[in-house]
Design a protein. Sequence first.
Length: 141
Amino acid sequence: MPASRQTLALPRPLVNKILAHAQKTPDIEVCGLIGSSSSRVKDYYPIKNISNNPSSRFSMDAPQQIQAMKEMRGKQQTLFAIVHSHPTSVAVPSLLDIKENTYKDVFYIIISLNTKGVLEMRAYSPQKDDMVEIELLLENS
Ligand SMILES: [Zn+2]
């Protein structure tokens, strides 16, 4: 991955949307995709978590995922990041997160609700058998 991608800037309204999604069901992990058509235009696509153990795992609903990808294409967007929340643990990828992540060329974002009232959101760049944390910046658009 080029060095220029090691800082990730997200528009504040997008971050607020993701946080609101996570807080709507604080006891289960929420998940979604971010599509981007340029460095300045990004949309969040919430996806239903269909895991049998949604308090500590996530599994994206395939039809919704396909629908989101279709909407992205319609807006000339490409998949930019995958997002999920951790209701009770820190915003660090679990071993399962690393093992089960199939997207290697997009950012990986985790929101933690562990610290009540405080947004903890971290971004990672998936590598082979690992995820490297990258700096996350909030843009006021
Ligand atoms: Zn996780």
